[in-house]
Design a protein around this ligand. Sequence first.
Ligand code: ATP
Ligand code: MG
Ligand code: FE
Length: 332
Amino acid sequence: INILAIESSCDETSASMISDGKILNNIVATQSVHEKYGGVVPELASRAHQQHLIPVVHEAIQSSGISKKGLSAVAFTKGPGLMGSLMVGVSFAKSFAFALGLPIIEVNHMQAHILAHFIDDPKPVFPFICLTVSGGHTQLVLVKDFLDMEIIGETSDDAVGEAFDKTAKLLGLPYPGGPLIDKYATQGNSKAFVFPVSDMPGLDFSFSGIKTAVLYFLRDSLKENPGFIEQNLADICASVQFTLISMLMQKLKKAAKDYNIKEIAIAGGVSANSGLRNELMATANKLGWNIYIPKMEYCTDNAAMIAIAAHYKYLKGEFCGLDVVPEARLKF
Ligand code: ATP
Ligand code: MG
Ligand code: FE
């Protein structure tokens, strides 16, 4: 089974080839046009996908050593994501498959972030709990099988990645700021400043409060000392990151306890965060969890995760018709 998979949900144009469940490559073109705007500009993202998609697909096919005639199916991200971005990938996948007479497979981007755990070893054992933390989502998911997942908790407002990026913007750092906060945090004192931890019921999260708290904190501090940010950058980053990680870990521990599960995975772009990784490892040692953290290249948006999800759908015969349309708010 040879599948070409395409990912275009946000600002990464990516293509990947998978053969019998083994990822052969994962070509990613990152869009730099958004940096100067401090966030992804949807219109520019769609245009960049148009530009990058064909070269990226070409490279994935060429370097796989598999010819177009050797393909079994074409897979693509149906959603969730930016509508204009999704449309480029979906339209391309449909036309390409139609021209070659191939079946098509739609993939849910959030399920794919979780299924990235099945690309390499060690693989989590069902049922496991996955904390999905990305630019658009913060979810606790009970994963019962490859394609059988249930959201048991999620954010009621901002995603944690958004909280990282918005804080970074307030600090004058370029987009996406998450990785920079992570970098400065390693040199700072996480107890230097205290930010409020939100108190949501059950397994849900809230990250809009901390953004506002940081905004007021910086405004007041800058009034007294215009050099406040430069002089305290590492400590501010460490303190904000510590607060965000505390909120994530608090609910993850509750979920593990409520469901009596010790198989714990993380997924999504924010799982690249070194503070979160360290905290997860420490907690795993203490509570006897088996933890699963994907390779960096499979944490942020990539087509390899779409390919592995498509592989499992192919095995179950889950194809879709050419009348399929993208869904910006696709649920599972
Ligand atoms: P979604 O998957 O919800 O549609 P997305 O695709 O934009 O959203 P990803 O690409 O999975 O999200 O992740 C991007 C997010 O991850 C950004 O918010 C970015 O700042 C954050 N991120 C990446 N690396 C780090 C890091 N080391 N520390 C904190 N955040 C990080
Ligand atoms: Mg992205
Ligand atoms: Fe994503």
